[in-house]
Write a protein that binds this ligand. Structure first.
Ligand SMILES: [Zn+2]
Length: 287
């Protein structure tokens, strides 16, 4: 490839990212909320100016049928964390955690039965979250907020938050929260809205069905293989699909996206308004 063409590609790639490049591309002055897009001095100044909440987006690498990419959770939680941080204000977004517990590897359990799913032990997952939270406390953040896109590890997040808050009881400068609302809304309000529109529970599904696939379509159609939707519906559980994604759409997904962002921002504001030390104890999330 000629050097100038390569340079153009590089610029296009840079500008197409969701970070600082996107701000340049749109001509806005609003700086990126993603920690990875900042230098350490920029982050230090941001913290000093009052950005003292950090979202830790937790994704996962798992099968989602023949029609959704293995990185679904990672792409989704990165996008949503960015939206939530921008709306909430005073908040930055940590790198996405893409390696999470997915059950037994051998013999393989649940999603591990399908190629590409990656599973790590619960203890390793908790240790990573704990190390990240300790790091952010060290750097002056007052609220460390876990944002988990997958159901299976919600209780582990809450356990880490509880453990650290207990340890830091005498030093309440920083609190850790597992933001249960982020995930719960996809299991409650979003499903209720889809039912109201006439879709059945069987169709809406619990994994890679109409609800899940619509969310992905709303964020980035490239996450979904439109020509594999029929195959996915026919394969059902044998193909890793729990639901029917054939009538999924970006429009339906946007309902869920708005609900996730609205309820997460409201929950975040409630946490941020009180002094760090007076934050409520983590709630035990529903699966
Ligand atoms: Zn999942």
């Amino acid at each position: 490839m000629p050097r100038c063409l390569r340079a153009v590609c590089l610029i296009v790639l840079t500008l197409s990212g969701p970070g600082v490049g996107a701000a340049w591309a749109s001509g806005t002055a609003s700086p990126s909320v993603y920690l990875e897009d900042m230098t350490w001095t920029e982050l230090r100044d941001r913290i000093a100016a009052g950005s003292t909440t950090v979202l830790v987006p937790i994704g996962g690498t798992e099968q989602s049928g023949p029609h959704m990419v293995l990185g679904k959770h990672n792409a989704r939680v990165r996008f949503l964390a960015g939206q939530i941080a921008q709306r909430a204000g005073g908040t930055v977004v940590a790198p996405v955690l893409a390696y999470v517990p997915e059950g037994a590897i051998h013999p393989p359990q649940a999603h591990m039965r399908f190629a590409g799913t990656i599973s790590i032990p619960d203890a390793a997952f908790e240790a990573v979250l704990e190390g990240a939270a300790r790091s952010f406390k060290q750097h002056g953040f007052r609220h460390v907020v876990f944002l988990g896109d997958h159901g299976g590890y919600q209780q582990l997040e809450a356990r880490v938050a509880q453990r650290l808050n207990h340890e830091w009881a005498s030093d309440p400068s920083c609190r850790v929260h597992a933001l249960a609302e982020y995930y719960q809304v996809t299991q409650s309000l979003y499903v209720a809205e889809l039912l109201k529109k006439g879709f059945t529970r069987a169709e809406i599904g619990t994994h890679a069905g109409l609800a899940d696939t619509s969310l992905s379509l709303a964020m980035d159609p490239a996450l979904v293989r439109a020509d594999a939707l029929t195959q996915a519906a026919q394969a059902g559980r044998r193909g890793g699909v729990y639901g029917d994604p054939r009538r999924a759409s970006a429009e339906l997904g946007r309902i869920g996206v708005n609900q996730i962002v609205d309820s997460s921002v409201a929950a975040l504001h409630a946490l941020m308004q009180g002094p760090a030390g007076s934050s409520p104890a983590p709630t035990s999330p529903k699966k």
